[in-house]
Design a protein around this ligand. Sequence first.
Ligand code: NAP
Length: 306
Amino acid sequence: MEKMIIVGTGCSGLTAAIYAARANFAPLVLEGHEPGGQLSTTTLVENFPGFPEGIDGPSLVMNMKSQAERFGARFEYATLTDFEAANGHIKAKLDERWVETETLIIASGASAKWLGLPREKELIGHGLTSCATCDGAFYRNVPVCVIGGGDSACEEANFLTRFASKVYLIHRRDSLRASKIMAERTLANPKIEILWNSIPTEYIADAEGEMRAIKLTNSVTSHEHELEVKCVFVAIGHNPNTKAFRGKLDMDADGYLIQHNGTHTNVPGVFASGDVADRTYRQAITAAGQGCAAALDAERYMSHHG
Ligand code: NAP
């Protein structure tokens, strides 16, 4: 019987792990599909308090993980695939193994959205990616493009200018959604060209199956053209990772978990924290704050239930 299982090792799950481990619960923390969460594919994080010069995302999560381990958190490369809860008992399926736990904190985050164009799956890893930090360095001195107009797209476009000969930012509207500082930085970068009102309609591969170009349609003029790029970086937002909880936990129409009274879900003993339940703020610091709250809520739940 575990006291606490934490699903996810983004900054929400890791903050929950630090608090729970420090309270002597020796939580079992599941790394899941994307160890380190979204921060592990982020470049410089400039807005996490305490780092005046910024810190790179992977270092930030590694620091949090070491901090949790120092107090006794246990990490396992497993994914929660199912869970059952009845009469105050929670059973969690970790890959193929069922484990009983007193509390469950779900901090499984959100994963990158794709455009849904034909050939998308086969081109991933062949000039199509959602992670500039992971793949940017492979595309030196060649033109690339980023799809999206939010903070992620702008951040990725700026990062890619370190390697690529030219970065096209392809946005479906005529103004950026990104925060003012990020938008200004992007507009001022001479290596970035923004293609406004541009809708991607087709990926075009070469004879070897590698990305060669992307077809765009201008939503104002209906003009179509092919843009020659060696890599397409998709940065159009995320979907919450809640597949395993469908029909079991309250969620909204887009699959974000619904919290009742702090981080409690509708199932006693099960808590939700971070991007899996937050469609409003979605920041590293707010996810970390919710991780702390979930660990405290779980601790209080356990003390009320003996
Ligand atoms: P986002 O803010 O939801 O932006 C997604 C962008 O993709 C929007 O510009 C959207 O266009 C576009 N888009 C969505 N679906 C599309 C489709 N099917 N085809 C073409 N374009 C599409 O997502 P995000 O940029 O990942 O940011 C998520 C959150 O994380 C935000 O709160 C952001 O502030 C935060 N974030 C912060 C930082 C930082 O502070 N360093 C870095 C990254 C992210 P529309 O604008 O037309 O809707």
